[in-house]
Design a protein around this ligand. Structure first.
Ligand code: S5P
Length: 260
């Protein structure tokens, strides 16, 4: 198992992406490795959640295309909150097309994702052209890309070979790709950030294939650096208290891993 014992600050030194470096420093200084998956469908709900939980998180992950009353004012507000409370915005767009198409999807359309999202993600499935296309837009705006190496859902097709090939592809773009959506750390190189969704205290699953691991398993056994939590927090009676539990648990596991 490939698990880094180094601190986030130490790992920041190895990053070729300025954004990855900033993210490691932000996590170390704010003492949080919790990303909130704010999967709600109204702009006001998203802003309320962001405002409430901003002090607890390093990353706010959005699905901007599920917002029913989207206006550009929403992303401007999110950026203001991100600056004020020091967290990064991650649009979970999961690009999966040829380079020329994703370039337009990233830059244009209704959402102008590249203008406000520090981070986006993409599937490696179409080959390196998808990264080149996104990099044409994102590099000059100092954005970062996360490649999906391994999903949390039951029956996914991302086996060990796919994961290794995703790593190899990322290595060609290490100033722009900051790491992976993955259940397991992929490489000994300390600059890659392993980001893990499907995390819930108590583990379990949902009725549509989502599979959960605990923060302990994600960070201590599987080498995750950032845990993404959605329904475990946003469907709780008291999301703030719950977010603090995840934050504490995520941070304690990270410290324990560094001590080993
Ligand atoms: O493999 C994955 C990749 C992602 S980005 N599995 C996931 O669940 N996600 C996303 O993480 C998913 O789209 C959702 O926004 C979030 C998990 O939400 P939860 O409510 O199940 O914690």
């Amino acid at each position: 198992m490939i698990i880094s014992r180094h601190s986030y600050t130490e790992r920041a030194h190895y990053c070729l992406s300025p954004l990855a470096k900033n993210l490691f420093h932000l996590m170390a200084e704010k003492e949080t490795n919790l990303a909130l998956s704010a999967d709600v469908t109204s702009a006001q709900k998203l802003l309320d959640l962001a405002e409430l939980l901003a002090p607890e998180i390093c990353v706010l992950k959005t699905h901007i295309d599920i917002i029913e009353d989207f206006t550009p004012a929403l992303t401007q507000q999110l950026r203001k909150l991100a600056l004020k409370h020091r967290f990064m915005l991650f649009e979970d767009r999961k690009f999966a097309d040829i380079g020329n198409t994703v370039k337009h999807q990233y830059n244009g359309g209704i959402y102008h994702i590249a203008d406000w999202a520090d981070l986006v993600n993409a599937h490696s499935l179409p080959g390196p052209g998808i990264i080149s296309g996104l990099a044409e837009v994102g590099r000059k705006k100092n954005r970062g890309l996360i490649l999906l190496a391994e999903m949390s859902s039951a029956g996914h097709l991302m086996g060990p070979e796919y994961m290794q090939n995703t790593l190899k592809m990322a290595e060609q773009f290490s100033d722009f790709v900051i790491g992976f959506i993955t259940q397991h750390a992929l490489s000994r190189d300390p600059h890659w950030i392993n980001i893990t969704p499907g995390v819930k205290i108590g583990s379990g699953s949902d009725t549509l294939g989502q599979q959960y691991v605990t923060p302990e398993k994600a960070i201590l056994e599987n080498g995750s650096d950032i845990i993404i939590v959605g329904r475990g927090i946003i469907q709780a009676n008291d999301p703030l208290t719950e977010a603090r539990k995840y934050r504490q648990s995520g941070w304690d596991c990270y410290l324990k891993r560094c001590e080993k």
